[in-house]
Design a binder for this molecule. Structure first.
Ligand code: PEP
Ligand code: MN
Length: 340
């Protein structure tokens, strides 16, 4: 739609789409609203819409991930999580333990993240663990502690939903619902997340291609939730010096194809504490909208992923260096190219 198009013009286009038997998706933007169309089995004649008031252009989307595609919405999407803009000009730092282990542990982590200048608190109350015998999370008790940490620090909460049965519960506490790597192609869970009013953080599957990743996001958008943040967290390769191979080149690749913001998780992406800070910095340099990092008050005592968790001092150092890189690049890019 044109920048000046109002609600009546948007409604008129949607009515036209519905009259043709298709589903309209109003995707708001800073400058312009995009209206996606799904439900059609073949091409639609753009002449159906071109002449309607407020329409800037009718574009045929060539990609299978129609609503996620930049063809549908050229402008970047900014996802608001508890008042924090993800995908805007400023990078966003999300930190916290792999799992919520106790009230004290999550409150201490939250204060550490806040003190370092982080904006979002992560922590799983439902954990997808490789072994059924390891710590599975505190469930609702953990969610209550997260809510308490939010009340004390003002940090927005990112926490994972591992199945449709517990989605309602997670959604009622979370500011942003995480869908983990193992669930990236759990299509019923993706559809449930698509019916949520909360933003969703979708992690890339352990062995998924860029197209599979974007198609997973498309499931969420197709149900009407356009607030999706993508997260690169490493993929499985032959490399054995890390737990996963962090694929930073996916950041510009996603940005070329999609309007959705992408952040990076260098904790799962490397699986080794000493590699987390370097790769967090590289993520920001590569243009990610932020990082999500595991932080624990005492990593050696963590019930999950302690070996890849930073302690509060390390997280503070990382946060300051990430901001320094981001500010340097932003300042330099404001100078006209010929003068640099
Ligand atoms: C996590 O964030 O703790 C987690 C389980 O991540 P992933 O789904 O990327 O493995
Ligand atoms: Mn973890």
């Amino acid at each position: 739609m044109k920048a000046q198009a109002g609600p009546a013009e948007i409604a008129r286009v949607c009515e036209r789409i519905e009259a043709l038997g298709f589903k309209p998706h109003i995707i708001p933007g800073e400058q312009r609203t995009a209206i996606g169309i799904t439900g059609n089995s073949g091409p639609i004649d753009s002449a159906e819409f071109d002449h309607l008031p407020g329409v800037a252009e009718a574009i045929r989307v060539s990609k299978p991930y129609k609503l996620v595609s930049r063809e549908t919405k050229p402008e970047n999407t900014v996802v608001m999580v508890n008042g924090v803009a993800v995908g805007g000009e400023e990078i966003v730092l999300c930190g916290g333990p792999c799992s919520v282990e106790s009230r004290e542990q999550i409150l201490e982590s939250a204060h550490a993240v806040k003190h370092a200048g982080g904006e979002l608190l992560r922590g799983g109350a439902y954990k997808p663990r490789t072994s059924p015998y390891t710590f599975q999370g505190l469930a609702e008790e953990g969610l209550r502690y997260l809510a308490e940490a939010r009340a004390e620090t003002g940090l927005g909460i990112v926490t994972e939903a591992i199945d449709t049965e517990t989605f309602d519960m997670v959604e009622s506490y979370a500011d942003c619902v995480q869908i983990g790597a193992r669930n990236m192609q759990n299509f019923s869970l993706l559809r449930r997340a698509g019916r949520s009013r909360k933003p969703v953080l979708l992690k890339r599957g352990i062995a998924s291609t860029l197209e599979e990743f974007l198609m997973a996001a498309e499931y969420i958008l197709s149900e009407g939730n356009y607030n999706v943040i993508l997260c690169e967290r490493g993929v499985r390769t032959f490399a054995d010096h890390t737990r996963n191979t962090l694929d930073l080149s996916v950041v510009p690749a996603v940005q070329a194809l999609s309007h959705l913001p992408i952040i990076v998780d260098p904790s799962h992406g490397t699986g080794k504490r000493d590699k987390v800070i370097p790769m967090a910095l590289a993520s920001i340099a590569a243009g990610a909208s932020g990082v999500m990092v595991e932080v624990h008050p005492a990593p050696e005592r963590a019930l999950s992923d302690g070996f890849q968790s930073l302690d509060p001092a390390e997280f503070r150092e990382m946060a300051a260096e990430c901001r320094a890189i981001s500010e340097l690049l932003a300042a330099r890019r404001k100078i006209p190219a010929g003068v640099r």
